[in-house]
Every structure is written in structure tokens, then in C-alpha cells.
Design a protein around this ligand. Structure first.
Ligand code: C5J
Length: 222
């Protein structure tokens, strides 16, 4: 067993041979200047700033032999997997499927839906296109993790309070121990990130744990 001593609300013990890293939605449209997120008026600078720490986390996971799974929030070009209840939200001038600054917004295959090049999946790593906020909804993620015998999940990505938190809660309900890398996740709203970290670790890890990347690296190195 490995232990992340700096995890909160208390040390996180996990078996690296039964653990995986899930990197959520580090896509150009959310992170890069000139993408969909920026077009909505968000400051993407804090999201860009987590790329180096996320790259370090991915390298540590690969080095320790953990499966690295990447997700992308995107939809089929015909929008058959996008319920009107999702498409009809947000800015009416920039809906999912509309032409955006980096191609059609959140559509598979469009430049904006791609993962930022600094965090490109390695050959053989699973990339899951997910139509929901949670990565378990309408995807093969659960079956894939079961086939690998995974018990613990380390999470990174954006945005903390939307797709990351939703996926952590889905995982929690499915019986996984989950830990979120504090400096490898970010939100457009700093107060939402802080609140999400607090909610995850409240009441004795009611959703899971959080820890800095350095602590995760140390545990995976050991
Ligand atoms: C993600 C979003 N990835 N905020 N999506 O969190 O809409």
C-alpha cells in the first residue's frame, strides 16, 4: 500500500496496482485563450496555470504504472447525445453545436474539443468522450475500471465544481476511493474551487480526499 500523508482530511492509503488517474476535460475550448470558455467571458489564465502540475501528475502516474484515462466533454455532430435540457442552457449566442472560435462548440473531432497538446494522451491511453458532466454517465468508464480491478481513483482536470466534482461523486457512489489533486484542478471561479475542495473532504471524506501533486508524486515514487 502507498500513503499520501499530506492528503486531507486525513492520510490517503491506496494500492497503486489497483489505482488509476483520470484527467477530466483538459480541452482547448475550456483552457486556451480564444476558446469557448474565453468567448463566454471567463478568464482562462488560472486554468492554463495548472497545465505544468497536471503534466507532472500524469508523468508520475505513468512512471508508477497507473492507467491514465483522459476525458473530453463533447457530443456527436448530429447532437443525438445532447439533450435539449443541456443545449438550451448558457449563452443563447453560443450553444453546444454552434460555430465557435475553435470549430463547433463541444463537438467531437472539432479543434476545440481536443486535449491541450501539453497533456496529449500517450499511445494506448484511454480517451473517453462523454456527453455528460460526469464521466460515468453514458460511457464505458465503469466497465473499463472493473475490467482492470481498479479500487482507487486520482482525479485532475477542469472544472473543479462541474465535471470533476460530478465524476468524483459518481465514483464515490460506485464504491471507489477518490482523491483530487488540488493544484491540478481549477475553476473559472476561485470561490467555487475552494468550496468544492471543502465539500469533498467534509465530514471525514464524505466524497473523498484532496492532496497537492507533490504529495501524490512522493507516494507514487516510494
Ligand atoms: C466541465 C463545464 N468540463 N464546466 N464542463 O467542467 O461545463
Amino acid at each position: 500500500m502507498a500513503e499520501i500523508a499530506t492528503a486531507l482530511p486525513f492520510a490517503f492509503r491506496f494500492d497503486p496496482a489497483r489505482s488509476a488517474l483520470i484527467v477530466i476535460d483538459m480541452q482547448r475550448d475550456f483552457i486556451e485563450p480564444g476558446g469557448f470558455g474565453a468567448a463566454l467571458g471567463n478568464d482562462v489564465t488560472p486554468l492554463q496555470a495548472i497545465i505544468p502540475a497536471t503534466a507532472r501528475l500524469i508523468a508520475a502516474a505513468r512512471g508508477a504504472g497507473l492507467p491514465v484515462i483522459h476525458t473530453r466533454e463533447c457530443h456527436r455532430p448530429d447532437l443525438s447525445d445532447c439533450p435539449p435540457a443541456k443545449r438550451d442552457r448558457g449563452n443563447p449566442a453560443l450553444r453546444i453545436g454552434d460555430p465557435g472560435p475553435m470549430g463547433r462548440i463541444l463537438i467531437a473531432g472539432e479543434p476545440g474539443a481536443e486535449i491541450v497538446p501539453e497533456l496529449a494522451p500517450a499511445p494506448g491511453e484511454l480517451v473517453i468522450d462523454k456527453p455528460g458532466k460526469g464521466a460515468f454517465h453514458a460511457t464505458g468508464l465503469g466497465d473499463h475500471l472493473a475490467s482492470l480491478g481498479i479500487e482507487a481513483l486520482i482525479f485532475a482536470g477542469v472544472t473543479t465544481e462541474v465535471c470533476v466534482q460530478t465524476t468524483m461523486r459518481e465514483a464515490n457512489d460506485r464504491g471507489y476511493d477518490g482523491l483530487l489533486a488540488e493544484d491540478a484542478t481549477e475553476s473559472y471561479f476561485p470561490e467555487f474551487k475552494a468550496a468544492t475542495l471543502a465539500m469533498i473532504r467534509a465530514q471525514g471524506a464524505i466524497v473523498g480526499w484532496t492532496a497537492p501533486v507533490a504529495g501524490i508524486e512522493a507516494a507514487l515514487d516510494g
